[in-house]
Ligand binder design. Structure first.
Ligand code: FAD
Ligand code: DHB
Length: 391
């Protein structure tokens, strides 16, 4: 089989790329290891930048997001027992964020691709990519015990951090930047109506906690824990107790508990591999970069990458011009590094650092005091959080 663009991975990056290419009249095949049910149920990100919302809406897959997504005009930063609001529209020329689960975005994109007849191969095994330096790269995989091969004009590696595409770039040609943090996030979903409209990022002596939501019935909560910790050490009662201590301050605000429907621990890292292109292989999303979740940037970066890649491929097929493909990696990385900086900064400002001196702790609190009391400080958070403009 031959297709113009062979896409590995049916996460937000691979699916949106396939959808945008289809709108430009370019055909693609998406090859995914997991089942459709698995990718549609995978609970991950929840915050969509204004630009991500615009891309989904303008490309015709935003209908349910616009109906069910929760539009937020700000976030709260809590420290020393008090909450401080950062207002977005006033500080960013009217931009907002939308809370809408990543798995809902994935469901909407899969529905759109299948309705348009776009092939997605789920439940594949032993995928490998070949000939990325040639003009006919190949994807090989096994499905239902049968070996398959797809040749393509270009390959898109949208297979996440643990995928295989990045490994097709020779180590000597790739530079890796990495920082692993000495803490993880324990995240839960609970059947409990949120008791406030916006997210709360809390810096507490016991450790960071985040209050978020998915719908008027479902709360999403996170708390900082030890990276070596095991979810078995966290019975529901301990999770609730810790969340109450870290999130509820002196203002009388309380959140509701409910049945916990999902829980898990996620490690935190910053990671960039550069360049994001090798021959006819283009990496996008988590395959090329990971941010710690504190700035809510991961899925949004994946969307920004594939928006650029779809445009570059469109220009190539329409005119034969390669400039946009040639600058893809450098221009993506400029945005990636700004998101890395913001995510690292938010992470450093909000988490409890084991072994921090009293001086370092006071500096952390003074920084929070500054960004919540100075308009310049608040604007720095707001413009990064709602998403820097696309160029
Ligand atoms: P993925 O979603 O990882 O998709 C890659 C796909 O490739 C997967 O379906 C995988 O099964 C498939 N694959 C892998 N290897 C192979 C193979 N060998 N063969 C075939 N298929 C393969 N981001 C935000 O923007 N906002 C947030 O609020 C946010 N919160 C988060 C909270 C948590 C707890 C976590 C874990 C992440 C969060 N993120 C957030 C990050 C976000 O979820 C990721 O950045 C996003 O999933 C990246 O999309 P992707 O398509 O690049 O990769
Ligand atoms: C959510 C995740 C994040 O990483 C974040 O910064 C904010 C919200 C969420 O899952 O709702």
């Amino acid at each position: 089989m031959h297709t113009q663009i062979g896409i590995v991975g049916a996460g937000p990056a691979g699916l949106l790329l396939s959808h945008l290419l289809h709108l430009a009249g370019i055909d693609s095949v998406v090859v995914e290891r997991q089942s459709r049910a698995h990718v549609e149920a995978r609970i991950r990100a929840g915050v969509l930048e204004q630009g991500t919302v615009d891309v989904l809406r303008e490309s015709g897959v935003g209908e349910r997001m616009l109906r069910e997504g929760l539009v937020h005009d700000g976030i709260e930063l809590a420290f020393r027992g008090e909450k401080h609001r950062i207002r977005f529209p006033e500080l960013t020329d009217g931009k907002r964020i939308t809370v809408y689960g990543q798995h809902e975005v994935v469901r909407d994109l899969i529905a759109a691709r299948l309705a348009a007849g776009g092939p997605i191969e789920f439940e594949t095994e032993d995928l490998s990519v070949h000939g990325v330096q040639s003009d006919r790269p190949l994807i090989r995989y096994v499905k239902g015990g049968v070996q398959h091969e797809i040749s393509c004009d270009f390959l898109a590696g949208c297979d996440g951090f643990h995928g295989v595409c990045r490994q097709a770039i020779p180590a000597g040609l790739m530079q890796v930047f990495e920082k692993v943090y000495p803490f993880s996030w324990l995240g839960i979903l609970a059947d409990a109506p949120p008791t406030q409209d916006e997210l709360i990022y809390s810096n507490h002596d016991r450790g960071f906690a985040l209050y978020s939501m998915r719908s008027p019935e479902v709360t999403r909560l996170y708390l900082q824990c030890d990276p070596a910790d095991d979810i078995a050490n966290w019975p529901d009662a301990r999770i609730w107790d810790e969340l109450h201590q870290r999130l509820e301050g002196g203002d009388g605000w309380r959140f509701r508990e409910g049945r916990i429907t999902q829980k898990g621990i996620t490690a935190m890292r910053s990671f960039v591999s550069a360049p994001m292109r090798h021959g006819r292989l283009f990496l996008a999303g988590d395959a090329a970069h990971i941010v710690p979740p504190t700035g809510a940037k991961g899925m949004n970066l994946a969307v920004a990458d594939v928006r650029r890649l779809a445009r570059a491929l469109d220009t190539f097929y329409a005119s034969g011009r390669t400039e946009a493909l040639d600058t893809y990696s450098d221009l993506c990385l400029k945005r990636v590094w700004k998101a890395q900086r913001f995510s690292w900064w938010m992470t450093s400002m909000l988490h409890r650092v084991e072994g921090a001196t009293p001086f370092e702790r006071e500096i952390q609190l003074a920084e929070l005091d500054y960004v919540t009391s100075s308009e310049a400080g608040a604007r720095t958070i707001a413009e990064n959080y709602v998403g820097l403009p696309f160029d």
